[in-house]
Ligand binder design. Structure first.
Ligand code: GLY
Length: 381
């Protein structure tokens, strides 16, 4: 029998209290967002701040609104999700400036809306995004991550979280090509990104013509050969999702391997460092890595028998509760919640900032514990 995370979570008081805190805070945050004509990314001087419309995080805001709608049933959240889904059409039109991150941008909001409401425009947006992602495939076996001359052969571990968009497209259309691309990329990630100890490279550079391995720079982590914690969390959750969509045992094994590494590297405070191989000072943390990993660990726990699942479940709960107790701002003086997210180890202004996606994954985890069965990364399940 597989592990039941809803039954296992016994602290109903914490869950109820957290739901109330989320509703109060996100109602305030949505009110602030409605005052502007762009999509929130982070906060500055306690106000929302944007990034460009094609920025990879912009799907998380409407997705967070859908998570809140599922938690509360309040139309306010649904309306804000739809308002910002429509804003993202500008990014679809400006497709040359989009990267591999179109799964983050459309599956978890347009794909989710289509699953719930059968809205045709939302279906078209999601399928269009899937076509764009498929078009980035290099037949040497990887999806090109970023644009720009010289980056034709760059692939990154984060892409594991965009593969569910391709699985979705095959499941919806019956055309296996999207899934075939996703699995080839996942297999390349297994081969070139996941190290024997379960840690991962952030970036791998291939020769775009031959597929030959060229380099693995440090990317958003501390250095080449280090272990950027958010990259670890993308790998862990991404392999869980590839297993869910394909049933291939090697993806479940990789999810466990990367999860074991993540858990083995957590310090006693249960809040992940930005990079598990960073120097002691500065003691950079990343709440976003923690919340992503917690979601992945909860889904992983569900796939395993009682004895094994309990291990991953306990780790997820420890991370969520530690981060909430230490770093969540529930006051209505800033629309963002988590205060110690880090964009990249070497990005000085991006250290210990707020991030809409750091907050998103916390709410996703809370909804899992409430028993909501809609997995935003597999909305058509
Ligand atoms: N590159 C996506 C991230 O910052 O996690």
């Amino acid at each position: 029998m597989s592990f039941d995370i809803v039954q296992a979570f016994r602290d109903q008081d914490w869950l109820k209290e957290t739901e109330q805190k989320l509703d109060r805070k996100m109602r305030y945050a949505a009110g602030k967002a409605k005052q502007v004509s762009w999509i929130p990314y982070t906060t500055e001087n306690r106000q929302w701040k944007e990034n460009r419309i094609g920025w990879w995080t912009n799907g998380f805001w409407p997705a967070h609104m859908w998570q809140m709608y599922r938690m509360t049933g309040d139309e306010l959240y649904r309306e804000e999700a739809i308002r910002t889904e429509e804003m993202l059409d500008e990014a679809l039109r400006d497709f040359r400036n989009l990267s591999h991150d179109v799964g983050f941008m459309w599956l978890i909001q347009s794909g989710v809306r289509y699953a719930m409401e059968k809205n045709r425009d939302s279906y078209d947006r999601t399928l269009y995004a899937a076509h764009m992602l498929a078009s980035r495939f290099n037949p040497n076996g990887f999806i090109r991550a970023w644009n720009g001359e010289g980056r034709e052969g760059w692939a990154i571990v984060d892409c594991m979280m965009n593969l569910p968009l391709l699985y979705w497209a095959s499941e919806e259309t019956g055309d296996p090509r999207f899934r075939q691309i996703a699995m080839q990329h996942a297999d390349t990630t297994l081969r070139y990104f996941v190290r024997p100890d379960g840690s991962c490279n952030h970036i791998v550079i291939f020769d775009a013509n031959t597929g030959e391995f060229l380099d693995n720079p440090g990317g958003q982590g501390y250095a080449s050969g280090s272990a950027w914690s958010r990259g670890q969390s993308w790998a862990l959750y991404g392999f869980v999702l590839s297993f869910l969509h394909t049933g291939e045992q090697r993806y479940l094994d990789a999810a466990k391997q990367t999860a074991n590494y993540f858990i083995s590297q957590i310090t006693d405070d249960w809040i992940p460092r930005c990079d598990f191989r960073q120097p002691d000072e500065p003691a950079l943390k990343d709440n976003a890595a923690g919340n992503v990993a917690a979601c992945g660990l909860l889904e992983l726990a569900r796939l395993l028998p009682e004895t094994e699942g309990g291990f991953y479940f306990s780790a997820a709960i420890r991370i969520l509760r530690a981060q909430e107790a230490s770093d969540a701002n529930w006051e209505l003086d800033d629309p963002a919640i988590f205060t110690r997210c880090t964009s990249a180890w070497h990005d000085l202004p991006g250290r210990h900032m707020t991030m809409t996606y750091g907050d998103y994954f916390f709410t996703e985890a809370v909804n899992k514990l409430r028993g909501d069965s809609l997995l935003f990364w597999y909305p058509n399940r």
